[in-house]
Ligand binder design. Sequence first.
Ligand SMILES: [Zn+2]
Ligand SMILES: [Zn+2]
Length: 223
Amino acid sequence: MPKCLQCRAPFIEQLDITNLFCSGKNICDSCRTQWTEVQINEAKHCKRCLKRKNNNDSTCKDCSYLRQHYKMMEQLYCQYNYKGIVKKILRQYKFMKDYALKEVIAQNIALPQNNYDYIIPIPSPRAREEERTFNVVTTVLDEMDVKYLPCVKTKHKLTQSSLTKKQREEQVNSFEIISTHDYTDRYILLVDDIYTTGITVHQVACKFFVRKIRKFDVFTFAR
Ligand SMILES: [Zn+2]
Ligand SMILES: [Zn+2]
């Protein structure tokens, strides 16, 4: 009898027309329900960044802030709110380094099916630590058999006090592209684990707009 990847309880897989051709879903119904409960309901969210709206909001404050400072993403794709089971699983995976959870996450998310030229993971601010353990984004992408281009690095951060004013300003956007690919007119997808303010992904995108990409979308596991 198969065991649920998430709760490890054995379960009987009901073979019916809906799963006959896509077997290999190894999560029990009760665990799957926990994920469904925190799914983003688009009607109540900003269409672009999926931020939850208050009833009287006509514009999204986060998007207008980003639009003032950056070239804006086309669309955030994200299926889950960062709460409930999703928060629990992601915390256990990221901070307690429960590597096996990569399968649970991979099974519950789906990348947008647009024709991207490049799918690019956002490097973690915990890069040093991840050298010893694992990268939370690329580990899941590998599990999903997604081909990606790991071409963004964060420069080593110096302590603020040791910096000149100019260095301090540069430090604000410490991302750099480390590949010689041609990005002209390309359509890219940036992938991160969690979307909060959106500033990180837009800083990364700045560096790609210098290299003349046409547009970009963002995909995150939760927001
Ligand atoms: Zn389960
Ligand atoms: Zn928005």
